[in-house]
Ligand binder design. Structure first.
Ligand code: ZN
Length: 284
């Protein structure tokens, strides 16, 4: 499943759509949620730069003023909120192969076609009149803090954890304290911070919370720099695979030596998800 680093890598790889004029929007099979706008109403609008919030990508669309002073695109202002779901990926280019059976959205522009390929169809493209209005506001309202937002402090992170009894690994995966720590990154950040994945959030003091926040930022930053992780089928908009999985600290390395102490990395199952950790280096 594309996690925050993969979505950020995708965002950077589709930057060529900024400034493009929309020529049409073609929809294939139904996705997770309906589009919520007449595709023809988008024709003539100009795309802004993609923004990312959590695993959502927001493409602002503005109606273009015509020479006569009127507007094309029905006076529209707003944008499209994209989500890659379990198996989605975006491609962007002016010479894409003909659409296949898993290509369910094509935004055709004068800079090229932006295409969502999503075999499992848990992804979505949804119209919203602004990021602050529904449905976008509702979809984004339960997201935790952005790890790359440096105004978010260790003190705030600690405050958000201290009344929770749940294991820290599960709290990270839930994404309502901080977004972005999908399974691979949660495992590696907890290793980096020396915290046992079973540790109840309430037992993590200010110093360990600060270490964990730094570790999350480091691991997620390294993942973006590596082009994300390709465990199954992730590709960026140019078809490149991610390389992070090859440099993971503990994720996927059950039985292998811990990179810090040389002891064996353990694999357990926690809330139906694989957890990898070093029992010697990570403390409760
Ligand atoms: Zn170790």
């Amino acid at each position: 499943m594309p996690e925050l680093p993969e979505v950020e890598v995708t965002r950077r790889s589709v930057s060529g759509v900024a400034g493009a004029r929309v020529l049409g929007l073609r929809m294939g099979k139904p996705l997770r949620w309906p589009l919520g706008v007449d595709p023809d109403a988008l024709v003539g609008a100009t795309a802004g730069e993609f923004l990312r919030r959590g695993k959502y990508l927001w493409l602002p669309l503005q109606a273009a003023a015509t020479e006569a002073g009127g507007v094309q695109g029905g006076g529209l202002g707003g944008g499209l909120l994209w989500h890659l779901g379990m198996s989605g990926s975006l491609a962007f280019g002016s010479a894409l192969a003909p659409a296949g059976k898993h290509d369910h959205v094509e935004l055709v522009t004068d800079h090229g076609t932006l295409r969502l390929t999503d075999p499992r169809r848990f992804g979505a493209v949804v119209w919203s009149s602004s990021l602050g209005a529904d449905p976008a506001a509702k979809l984004l309202s339960r997201l935790g803090a952005e790890p790359f937002d440096l105004s978010y402090t260790a003190k705030q992170f600690h405050a958000a954890l201290k009344d929770r009894k749940v294991a820290i690994k599960q709290a990270l995966l839930a994404g309502d304290v901080i977004v972005g720590a999908g399974n691979i990154y949660a495992n590696d950040a907890l290793f980096e911070a020396g915290i046992d994945p079973h540790t109840p959030c309430s037992r993590i003091g200010p110093a360990r919370a600060a270490r964990l926040l730094s570790a999350l930022r480091m691991v997620l930053g390294q993942a973006v720099a590596a082009g994300g992780s390709t465990l199954r089928d992730f590709r960026d908009a140019h078809g490149s695979v991610g390389q992070y999985q090859g440099q993971a600290r503990v994720y996927g390395r059950g039985g292998e030596p811990c990179p810090r102490c040389g002891g064996a990395i353990e694999r357990i199952v926690q809330a139906q998800r694989a957890t990898y950790f070093c029992p010697a280096c990570q403390r409760r």
